[in-house]
Write a protein that binds this ligand. Structure first.
Ligand code: 5GP
Length: 196
C-alpha cells in the first residue's frame, strides 16, 4: 500500500536489531486518516471472506483493528497480556515471546468472546518472527473458530514470520513489506506487491 510505504519512509525511524519505530503515526500518536485507508484496503483484500469478528492483541493492534472493524461491521476482541493467569477455565491462554522486549507473556481471551462459530480476521501492527501471530492463531484454534485471514500493517520481510505463516497456508495480507534495510544509507527497500 503506497500510502503506508511513503509514510514509513517519511516518519519511520530505524533502530538497532531491525526494529522500525513508527510512533509518529501508528504506535503512539495515531493517524486515523491513514488507519481508515488501511481498513478499506483490508476490506478490499478480504472481501470474499465470511468474517464476523476481528482479533488483535494489546496495545498497538487495538487502534488499527478498531478502525478496520468499521469497514467489516464486526466487533473487535483484543487478547490481553497478563502476568497472572486465571486458571478457572474461563479463558483461552497462550504464551507469546515479545519481539521488542524478549520477555514471555501469558496472553488470554475470555471464552465468552470467541467460539467455534466465529470466522476471524486477525490484525496486528508488525510481523517479525511470527510469535505474536502464532499465539493469536493458537487462541482462535483452541476455541474451534476459523482463521479467515490475517491483516498486518508492516511486515519485516527480512525476518522469518511471514514465510512461516504463509507456509502454514494462512491468507496473510501485509500492507507494507520491508524486504531489507540498506545499511549504508538506512534506506528501506519495500517488496513490490499487488496491493494498491
Ligand atoms: P513477532 O511476534 O512477529 O516477532 O513480532 C510482532 C510484535 O512485535 C508486534 O506485535 C509488534 O508489537 C512488535 N514488533 C516487532 N517488530 C517491531 C518493530 O520493528 N517495530 C515495532 N514498533 N514493533 C515491532
Amino acid at each position: 500500500m503506497k500510502l503506508l510505504e511513503e509514510r514509513i519512509r517519511k516518519d519511520g525511524v530505524i533502530k538497532e536489531g531491525g526494529v522500525v519505530k513508527v510512533d509518529n503515526f501508528l504506535n503512539h500518536q495515531m493517524d486515523i486518516r491513514l488507519f481508515n485507508e488501511m481498513g478499506k484496503e483490508w476490506k478490499r483484500l478480504f472481501v470474499d471472506k465470511p468474517i464476523n469478528k476481528i482479533l488483535t492483541i494489546e496495545a498497538s493492534g487495538i487502534g488499527i483493528a478498531a478502525i478496520a472493524a468499521q469497514y467489516f461491521d464486526v466487533p473487535v476482541v483484543f487478547a490481553k497480556k497478563t502476568q497472572s493467569i486465571n486458571l478457572d477455565g474461563e479463558v483461552y491462554s497462550t504464551k507469546i515471546q515479545s519481539f521488542t522486549h524478549g520477555r514471555v507473556y501469558d496472553v488470554i481471551v475470555s471464552k465468552k468472546y470467541i467460539s467455534a462459530e466465529d470466522h476471524i480476521l486477525i490484525i496486528d501492527d508488525f510481523l517479525a518472527n511470527g510469535c505474536a501471530l502464532l499465539g493469536l492463531i493458537d487462541l482462535v484454534e483452541a476455541a474451534g473458530a476459523t482463521v479467515e485471514g490475517i491483516g498486518i500493517a508492516i511486515e519485516k520481510g527480512f525476518q522469518p514470520g511471514g514465510g512461516l505463516i504463509r507456509e502454514k497456508g494462512y491468507h496473510l495480507e501485509s500492507l507494507a513489506i520491508i524486504d531489507r534495510i540498506q545499511k549504508e544509507t538506512n534506506e528501506l527497500i519495500f517488496r513490490q506487491n499487488c496491493t494498491k
